[in-house]
Structure formats: structure tokens, C-alpha cells
Design a protein around this ligand. Structure first.
Ligand code: 26Q
Length: 832
């Protein structure tokens, strides 16, 4: 038998290089499927509906990724190129098989292979569990970024955590949200490769000690620590048909042997096992983004675990190639912080350089400030992360000391610039004093970075003028904008194959890597045949969504209805409540016989509420009770439906966004940093009804005012109205609004229990309502009416739909990443 591998040996190294790339045809896939069933999974037979089928196919596809992956890793090492390390506590990857098939151009072969095996690709794809290692926008953005970086051949490595339990699964019980854990790894995860040999030790607790260095100077030592092992699991990130496969490296916490032994000697076997468990809880579960989760010790442990393991990994690679000479480090490395969640990387890099690599403060600070870049994702002041100094002291004493030193240096700089402004020094300090002093992580991130960016133009401006004003006065050049995007490979090509085919037949396939090419769809916007084909794709997608809704809720939806969709995390600022009030208004009108001129409408809601975000959970209950009443009323039949799709996640969005007619982006102006769901809907031909918030503004500029349903107050108007905001008088002056509120308050909807009703009524009626729902009710209802009218003009609506897709080119993460690279990262593409 001949070997498939070329071998090279040195004394301590064995190198294997595949002699020839694997065959990409259906025959070879069938053969490898059988081989993996037999030899990898150890089965002589598999049932066609078992998860093993998915695993065997995933392994066959993975084999074909692997050779490209090895190649890319080797090329990166060889070129010693500058790299970006994307640090994020969240990656909402969703499913990977279909993405791998698309990017490797294996889809047809795989379909054919499965057909020969008596199965369909769709049924196998459905077997994959979503990798739900994120909450929402921020986590999905990280995943889209990785796709674009790989497609653009950029040497970017993602660093994150391998949570044993990802985002919880949502069920509805009597209209209430119930959470179940998400055991996504239970059947094994075929996409990860453990690299035990690259494990890192991360330290916690203990205390610091001064030590005399050889040069006679003082050195800090951090001793008596509790150590935890960080084991990397690598997930491949294939680019689109370019031979590049980048890496997402996820750290998993493991007890160290030393730790086991120490406990073992002290307390015996049972204590040792207990201690082992406590070390391994660090990566047990993803934290949902609730306000009350702020300040949890385990969360800080997670953040430090990610930062320290990732930095040590980078420094290990550096010293392997360059020894202890760090003079070239900053030119070759950049760390992009996905929000402040990994911001402890700033003092941790200082600590590693000073304590472990003997750099002096100034050199270490120079390197840190030249390598770190920070992206902010929120304008809500209450969402800015602060950690109690006392907790830091207990958990990371040496890191806290470094933060204190950074602060001292920084405040001296502020004092020089503004010599007579003690208020400003107070305001800008990394520490907020008080009875329970805290570290302000956003300030730490700003001070330690060479770049600070927001995620949409409005957001970046508001950061400069508001939240970070003092800092932008000190360092105007540091602040910049990078408007978000989404990857069209997943959010058009893969999730909407019908429309993609139509687009490709019309324009060629260039749009898949150059989304601006969609512009040319404009020329077809009024072509009757093209319009007909466009509508028929939308119709098919609506059927697909209707089937999903029926399977999850039992409810049947007529696909002739206007699909009016709002799916996103449940949060007061996103104003799902405003949407439900509109549903009640339509219900009220139909009840009163005021039905002429409106299209039948299905209002589709979905999203998870953080488990301890009480108000968000009340909104879920309220929406479900309103839905129950509407859907049970015979008068609503064929006119109005309200559905809540349970367990909204990445895979669900892949069915939802192609089917939407109308995209609800109705946050109160000035609160949604960007939004990215808005872009997925637009790309798939939905028309937005939205406020002047986040990236909605840029969406409207791109598509034109006449193809966007704008409503609501601007940021400036909201802020001007706030001091004497009086929702009751707004309600009283509006007959429609009054009737809606009467229906709500009369217990027409069954949600009095648990104070849900009172809380909802209060939220709308209080003059302190930060989200000012009542202020935008009238303009929302009016614009919804205009949207309904527009929907009845079939060619007019189809034209708007086509123009939305056509104008979505700038909302590709290929554009976003190109901007990051041009202005922040400055990487050279590395073509394999
Ligand atoms: C905080 C403390 C403790 C535990 C968790 C958290 C936490 C976790 C996740 C706080 C926030 C998040 C996620 C925020 C997020 O998704 N923000 C969204 O980011 C998108 C990408 O930039 C934007 O488009 C959205 O506007 C923004 O809301």
C-alpha cells in the first residue's frame, strides 16, 4: 500500500504533508462518510435519522477543511506576518456545516452524496446544534467578522471561551418565558480540535510580594495563587473559496495537576475533586446580558481567563520566534477588544511584559498602547462595566496594582493638560470613589488603546459628544467609527438560496465577495418579469417560515399576509412594547369594523429576555397574552395574527429574515448602538420601519427616504422633550391611543397575575419612562398605516424590496473589515 503523505523527519520533529488534496466529488464523500461511520465512530450501521449521520458527514467535510487549515496556519507562521487577535467573550457562530459546504464549494457534491445514501442535505443540516456562545448582536458580529476576515485572507485569530452551556433555550409556558440549559456539546462537536499541548496556566487569588531583581531593582511577584489550566479548542473558519481557513481558539478551564495535588495533600481525595470542579466552573456557562449580572465574580474570572490565556498564547508564539526581544512586537500584533468584556487585557499585557518578561514600565506601556484597540457597543450608561475594587483585590491583586499605576501615570497626563481642573481629574479617573469604589473598564480600555470606535455613525458621534467627551477632548485622533455589517455568505447566499439564485442569474456571482455589485439590481426594479420572480422567491420563503411557526407553535399563518417582523433580544429600549401596542390598535380597529384598506398582517415577534430581567420577561408575557386574545377572535381571522416565535437564535433567523416583508427597528433614538438585524432584513428585501437610531440612519441614506418608513423623534427631540414628558396627556389627546390603553387596563388580556399588567401600564404612563414609548406611538401608527397602504401596491412594494437589497452593499462585513483593516489593523492579506 502506498502512503498518502510525504514525510520529513528531523531529530525532534515529524512533519506530514498530504501528497495530494482530497477529492471534492460526491463519490469520495460517500466513501469518506462510510469510512467515518466505520472507523471514526465505530458503527457498522447508522440510522438515517440519528445524529451520527450528521457527525459522519461533518467529519468528511472537516477532512477537506483540515488540509486548507494546516496550510493557512503554516503560511502564517512562515510569513511571520502582522496579526490581529480578536478578543471576545462571545461568538454566536450558529451552525457550521452549511457554511463550510458553501465556502468550500461542496454543496452540490454533498447533496448528491447524501442522495445516494438515501438522505437529504436539509435533514442532515437540521441535526446540527447551534453554537450559541453569545447573547445577541455583539456575539453575532464577532462571527460575521471572522467570516469576512477569512474571506479577505486576513491573518486574524479569534479568541473566546468554550462555554459548556451556551445561550439558554427558551420555552413558553402559559405565555411566560422558561429557560432550559443549552447542552450543545452533549453529542460531541465535530468542528473542534483540542490542542492540549498549547494549554496555558491562568492564576487567581494569592498575594503580591516585592522581590529583589538581579540588577538590584525591585520586582513584583505574584505568589500563592490558585491556578487554572486553559485548554484551547480550535474551530476552523473557512474563507469563501479562497483556500484560507482561519482559527477561532476557544479556551476551556481545566484543573491543573499541581492544584489537584496540593488539595489532595491538604484534604484528601474528595476535597481535591471539589476543588477541581470549582476551577472548571469558569467556562461552565455564558452569562446573559442582564444588568444584575454586573459585578458577578465568576464573570470577572471569565474575562481574566480569556485575556490572560490569549495574551500568553501570543507571547509564547512571539518568544518562540524572537526570544525575549520585544522591540518588534507592536509592529506585528494588534488586539481588538470586543467591548470592555476583555479589557482586563490592558493591565494583563503590562503584567506579563513586566513580571514575566522583565520589560520596564515605559517599554511595556508603549507596547500596550500600540497594540490594543477598543470597540464600544453601547450608549446605555448603566451598561458600562464597573468592577468593585475589593473584588479585584481579592481575585487579581497584582493586576489591580498595575491598574493603579496606569491611573497614576494617566492622571498626571490629564493634570498637565488641564492644570487647574480637579473635577476633570475626578471624572476621568479609572477609579470611581465612594463607599464601594469600582474600576471603570471603559476608561481603562480607552486609556490603554490607540483606537476607540463606535459601531455606527450616530453612535460614534454620541460617544464623542457624551459618554467619552473628556477623552475625546484629550485624544481626538483616537476616536473613530466603523459601521457594523453582516456577512452576505450566511445572510443571503446560504439562508436564501432561491433569491441568491435569482440574483446570480441576473448579475453573476460576484456579489458573494463584493456586495456593492447588488447596485445593478436597480436596473431591474421595474421589470415586470423580474418583479414576478422576486415575489415568488419571497412567497416561497414565507411558506418556509410559516411551516417553522406551525411546527413550533401549532399556529397556521396565511402567507398572503404582510409579514411584519421584530426579532431581537427583548429589551425596553428596543420597544417591543410599542409594537404590541400597535397590534392592539389594529385589533381595536378591526373590532370596530374599521377594516377597509388594510392588508391582512401577521405580526411576528421573537427574542429572549435575560432570565433576571424582570421587565423584559413581563413584556414576553404581555405579548403572548395579547397574541392569545387576537388569535382566538374569529373577527381577526384572515386579517390579523400576532405570533411569538419561541427560542429565537441564529438558525431561526436564517428562516425568518428571508421571509420578512417589513423589518421593525423601532428603538428609542440614541439607544441602539447600531443594530445588525436591520441589515439582514434589508439584504433579504424587507423594508424597514424605523427610527433615526443606530445604523437605521445609514440604511435610510443608502436606500432613499422613499424606500424606508421613518417615524419617531430624533435624539435631540427626545432629549428636549424628556424634562416635561407627560405620557398621560399624550394618551388623552389621542383617541386611538386612549382606546388601546383602555383595552390594556381593563384586563382584556389575561396578564394581571404577578403584577405584569400594572408594570406594563406604569411603564407606558410614567413621566420617567426612559424609552418614551408614548411619545412615538402616534407617528408609529401613522407610518404603519402608510406601510400597509404601500404593501397593497404590489409592483410599488416589489420595487422597494428590490431597491433595499440593491442598496445593502455597504452593510457587508467585508466593507466593515476592510475599514478596520485600512484604519486600525493595517494587515497585509496572506494568500495561501
Ligand atoms: C455584561 C455584564 C455581565 C454579563 C454580560 C454582559 C453583557 C453581555 C453581552 C453585556 C452586553 C452584551 C451584548 C451587547 C450587544 O449585543 N450589543 C449590541 O452590539 C451590536 C453589535 O455592535 C449592536 O449592533 C447593537 O446595537 C448592540 O446593542
Amino acid at each position: 500500500m502506498t502512503s498518502d503523505f510525504k514525510e520529513t523527519r528531523t531529530a525532534e520533529n515529524l512533519q506530514f504533508v498530504p501528497a495530494s488534496p482530497l477529492d471534492m466529488g460526491a463519490d469520495a464523500l460517500v466513501e469518506d462518510f462510510v469510512r467515518h461511520c466505520n472507523r471514526t465512530l465505530g458503527r457498522h450501521a447508522v440510522q438515517v435519522d440519528s445524529p451520527l449521520v450528521y457527525h459522519a458527514i461533518a467529519y468528511a467535510v472537516r477532512d477537506r477543511l483540515m488540509e486548507r487549515w494546516n496550510h493557512t496556519s503554516y503560511a502564517m507562521l512562515e510569513a511571520d506576518s502582522r496579526r490581529v487577535h480578536y478578543l471576545s467573550l462571545e461568538y454566536l457562530m450558529g451552525r457550521l456545516l452549511n457554511n463550510a459546504l458553501l465556502n468550500l464549494d461542496l454543496k452540490e457534491a454533498c447533496e448528491e452524496a447524501l442522495k445516494r445514501l438515501g438522505m437529504t442535505l436539509d435533514s442532515v443540516l437540521e441535526r446540527e446544534h447551534d453554537a450559541g456562545l453569545g447573547n445577541g448582536g455583539l456575539g453575532r458580529l464577532a462571527a460575521c467578522f471572522l467570516d469576512s476576515c477569512a474571506t479577505l485572507d486576513l491573518p486574524v485569530i479569534g479568541y473566546g471561551l468554550r462555554y459548556r452551556y451556551g445561550m439558554f433555550r427558551q420555552r413558553l409556558e402559559d405565555g411566560h418565558q422558561v429557560e432550559d440549559p443549552d447542552p450543545w456539546l452533549r453529542e460531541g462537536y465535530p468542528w473542534e480540535i483540542a490542542h492540549f499541548e498549547l494549554s496555558q496556566v491562568v492564576r487567581f487569588g494569592g498575594h503580591k510580594e516585592a522581590d529583589c531583581a538581579a540588577d538590584g531593582g525591585q520586582r513584583e511577584r505574584w505568589v500563592d495563587t490558585h491556578d487554572v489550566l486553559a485548554v484551547p479548542y480550535d474551530v476552523p473558519v473557512p474563507g469563501y473559496r479562497n483556500g484560507t481557513v482561519n482559527t477561532l481558539r476557544l479556551w476551556s478551564a481545566k484543573a491543573t495537576d499541581a492544584f489537584d495535588l496540593e488539595e489532595f495533600n491538604a484534604g484528601g481525595y474528595a476535597d481535591a475533586v471539589a476543588a477541581k470542579n470549582s476551577a472548571e466552573t469558569i467556562t461552565m456557562v455564558l452569562y446573559p446580558n442582564a444588568a444584575s449580572e454586573n459585578g458577578r465574580e465568576l464573570r470577572l474570572r471569565q474575562q481574566y481567563f480569556l485575556a490572560s490565556a490569549s495574551l500568553q498564547d501570543t507571547l509564547r508564539r512571539w518568544t518562540q520566534e524572537h526570544g525575549e526581544d520585544f522591540s518588534g512586537f507592536a509592529a506585528k500584533n494588534c488586539f481588538q477588544l470586543n467591548d470592555t468584556h476583555p479589557a482586563v487585557a490592558v493591565p494583563e499585557l503590562m503584567r506579563l511584559l513586566i513580571d514575566d518578561h522583565q520589560l520596564d514600565w515605559d517599554d511595556a506601556w508603549e507596547i500596550t498602547r500600540q497594540t490594543m484597540a477598543y470597540t464600544n457597543h453601547t450608549l446605555l450608561p448603566e451598561a458600562l462595566e464597573c468592577w468593585p475594587v475589593a473584588m479585584f483585590e481579592r481575585l487579581l491583586p497584582r493586576v489591580l496594582e498595575i491598574i493603579r499605576d496606569i491611573n497614576a501615570h494617566f492622571l498626571a497626563e490629564v493634570g498637565q493638560r488641564w492644570p487647574d481642573d480637579p473635577d476633570r481629574i475626578q471624572r476621568m479617573s479609572l477609579f470611581q470613589d465612594g463607599s464601594d469604589p469600582v474600576v471603570r473598564m471603559a476608561y481603562l480600555a480607552i486609556v490603554g488603546s490607540f483606537s476607540v470606535n463606535g459601531v455606527a455613525e450616530l453612535h460614534s458621534r454620541l460617544l464623542r459628544e457624551g459618554l467619552f467627551r473628556d477623552f475625546s477632548e484629550l485624544w481626538p485622533g483616537k476616536f473613530n467609527n466603523k459601521t457594523n455589517g453582516v456577512t452576505q455568505r450566511r445572510w443571503l447566499a446560504a439562508c436564501n438560496p432561491g433569491l441568491s439564485k435569482l440574483v446570480t442569474e441576473t448579475l453573476g456571482e460576484g456579489w458573494i465577495t463584493d456586495l456593492h455589485q447588488l447596485q445593478r439590481l436597480k436596473e431591474h426594479a421595474d421589470d415586470a418579469d423580474f418583479q414576478q420572480a422576486w415575489r415568488s422567491e419571497k412567497q416561497a420563503n414565507k411558506q418556509r417560515l410559516a411551516a417553522l411557526i406551525e411546527s413550533r407553535t401549532g399556529m397556521r399563518i396565511d402567507t398572503g399576509m404582510l409579514f411584519d417582523v421584530q426579532v431581537k433580544r427583548i429589551h425596553e429600549y428596543k420597544r417591543q412594547l410599542l409594537n404590541v401596542l400597535h397590534a392592539i390598535h389594529l385589533y381595536d380597529r378591526i373590532k370596530r369594523g374599521d377594516v377597509v384598506g388594510d392588508p391582512p398582517r401577521a405580526i411576528i415577534l421573537g427574542g429572549k429576555a435575560a432570565p433576571d430581567y424582570v421587565m423584559a420577561k413581563r413584556i414576553v408575557k404581555f405579548a403572548n397574552e395579547v397574541a392569545r386574545v387576537i388569535n382566538a377572535d374569529p373577527a381577526m381571522e384572515g386579517r390579523l395574527r400576532l405570533v411569538f416565535v419561541p427560542d429565537y437564535n441564529v438558525s431561526t433567523m436564517e428562516v425568518i429574515c428571508p421571509a420578512a416583508d417589513l423589518s421593525e427597528q423601532i428603538s428609542v433614538a440614541g439607544k441602539e448602538a447600531s443594530g445588525t438585524g436591520n441589515m439582514k432584513f434589508m439584504m433579504n428585501g424587507a423594508i424597514t420601519i424605523g427610527t433615526l437610531d443606530g445604523a437605521n440612519i445609514e440604511i435610510r441614506d443608502a436606500v432613499g427616504d422613499e424606500n424606508f418608513f421613518l417615524f419617531g423623534l430624533t435624539v435631540e427631540e427626545i432629549e428636549a422633550m424628556r424634562p416635561d414628558y407627560d405620557p398621560q396627556s399624550i394618551i388623552d389627546a389621542d383617541a386611538d391611543f386612549s382606546r388601546v390603553m383602555q383595552l390594556v387596563e381593563s384586563a382584556h388580556f389575561d396578564c394581571a397575575e404577578g403584577g405584569v399588567l400594572d408594570a406594563i401600564v406604569h411603564a407606558i404612563k410614567t413621566s420617567d419612562d426612559p424609552w418614551m414609548t408614548a411619545a412615538d406611538f402616534r407617528s408609529f401608527v401613522d407610518m404603519q398605516k402608510r406601510a400597509g397602504d404601500a404593501y397593497l401596491d404590489v409592483p410599488g412594494w416589489t420595487r422597494m424590496s428590490i431597491l433595499n437589497t440593491s442598496a445593502s452593499g455597504q452593510f457587508s462585513t467585508d466593507r466593515t473589515i476592510t475599514d478596520y483593516n485600512r484604519e486600525i489593523w493595517k494587515l497585509t492579506p496572506l494568500t495561501p
